[in-house]
Design a protein around this ligand. Structure first.
Ligand code: NAP
Length: 293
C-alpha cells in the first residue's frame, strides 16, 4: 500500500512489521541522515522507518539498550556519542577499532556490533571524483575523529605520504603515532611549513570545522599546489566552502563533503534494511535541497 505525503512524495505505508533504525545524537535536529535513509526506503519501497532521537549524556547507553529490546535493527551514532558507542560495542569492526569511535550500530543475537564508516564514505567519494590516492602526497588539515578515520583509510588505499597539520601540534603527533602503529605512512608538520608542503601535494583535505557557515575559514594560499592537484573539504554546509572556492579559482579539482556523508550512510542501510543502496544524483539533489541556503 502507498500513501501520498503532504510533500507530494509517494511513501510506502509502515506496518507493524516495519524494520526500524534510528540516529542518536545531541543535538540531532540538524542531521541529514533521516532524509538520506527515508529517501532510500521510499526508493526501494521498503517497509521501514529511520527516526532521529535526541539523547544526551548518560542516557545514550540506556537508549541503545532500549532500541535493541524494542526490536530496532540498529542505529547511527553522531556527536557526542561516537566514542561511548565504541566502548559499548560487543563486536567493533576493524575500522571502528582503529578509529576508537563508531557511527553505525546493529544488533545480532543480543550483541551490539559497531562500524566506523567515515573512512569508507570518504574514500568512495574520492574515487567517485576520479582521485586515486595510491602513491600520492596528501596533506590533512586537522587531527580529530574524522581525520583519524580518513588517514587510516588513506593508508589502506596505499597513499604515498600523508602530512598532518593541526592547530594543536600534540594532537597531530598523537594521530601520527596511532596511524604509524597500523603502518600508515604519515608525519606531522607545523602550520608554518604548510606553504612549502603544498608545492608537491596532490591532495589537500580539510577535516576541521573551519569554513562552516558559522565559523571562520582557513586563509590559505593554494598557488604553490601543482596543476592537476585536488582539494577536498569534508565540511558540507556550505557545499562550496571558502577553501573550495579558492581551489576552484586556482583551477584545481574540487571535492565537496556531501559525497562522504552520503556514502558513509550506505553500509548501515544495508545492515538494517537488507539492500545495499546507491548514491545517485537523485539522492544528492534531494539532500542538497535541504541544505541551509
Ligand atoms: P573533532 O574530533 O572535534 O576534531 C576537530 C579538528 O578540527 C581538531 O583537529 C581541531 O584542532 C580542528 N579545529 C577545530 N577548530 C579549529 C580552528 N578554529 N582552527 C583550526 N583548527 C580547528 O571533529 P571531527 O569529528 O573530526 O569533525 C570535524 C569536521 O568534519 C566537522 O565539521 C564535522 O561536521 C565534519 N565531518 C563531516 C563528515 C562528512 O560526512 N562530510 C563526517 C565527519 C565529520 P585542535 O586539535 O587544535 O582542537
Amino acid at each position: 500500500m502507498t500513501v501520498i505525503a503532504k510533500s507530494g512524495w509517494v511513501m510506502a505505508a509502515r506496518t507493524g512489521r516495519a524494520a526500524l533504525a534510528a540516529v542518536i545524537g545531541h543535538p540531532v535536529a540538524h542531521s541529514l541522515s533521516p532524509a538520506i535513509h527515508e529517501y532510500w526506503l521510499q526508493e526501494r519501497g521498503i517497509d521501514g522507518a529511520y527516526i532521529p532521537l535526541a539523547v544526551a549524556g548518560d542516557d545514550f547507553t540506556k537508549a541503545v539498550s532500549f532500541l535493541m529490546r524494542a526490536g530496532f535493527r540498529g542505529c547511527n551514532v553522531t556527536i557526542p556519542h561516537k566514542e561511548t558507542a565504541f566502548r559499548l560495542c560487543d563486536v567493533p569492526d576493524e575500522a571502528a577499532q582503529r578509529a576508537g569511535a563508531v557511527n553505525t550500530l546493529w544488533f545480532e543475537a543480543g550483541r551490539v556490533h559497531g562500524a566506523n564508516t567515515d573512512g569508507y564514505g570518504f574514500i568512495r567519494n574520492l574515487s567517485g571524483s576520479g582521485f586515486d590516492p595510491a602513491g600520492k602526497k596528501i596533506i590533512v588539515l586537522g587531527a580529530g575523529g574524522a581525520a583519524r578515520a580518513i588517514v587510516m583509510t588513506l593508508g589502506d588505499a596505499k597513499a604515498g605520504a600523508i602530512v598532518i597539520v593541526n592547530r594543536t601540534g600534540e594532537k597531530a603527533a598523537a594521530l601520527v603515532d596511532a596511524c604509524c602503529r597500523y603502518g600508515v605512512p604519515c608525519q606531522a608538520s607545523g602550520q608554518g611549513m604548510l606553504a612549502r608542503e603544498l608545492d608537491d601535494c596532490h591532495l589537500l583535505i580539510n577535516t576541521t570545522p573551519c569554513g562552516m557557515a558559522d565559523r571562520e575559514a582557513f586563509e590559505l594560499d593554494l598557488s604553490p599546489m601543482p596543476d592537476g592537484a585536488a582539494v577536498c573539504d569534508i565540511v558540507y554546509t556550505p557545499l562550496m566552502t571558502p577553501l573550495l572556492r579558492e581551489a576552484k579559482g586556482r583551477g584545481l579539482t574540487v571535492i565537496d563533503g556531501l559525497g562522504m556523508l552520503l556514502h558513509q550512510a550506505a553500509p548501515g542501510f544495508a545492515r538494517w534494511f537488507g539492500v545495499m543502496p546507491e548514491v545517485t544524483p537523485g539522492l544528492r539533489n534531494h539532500v542538497v535541497a535541504l541544505l541551509p541556503s
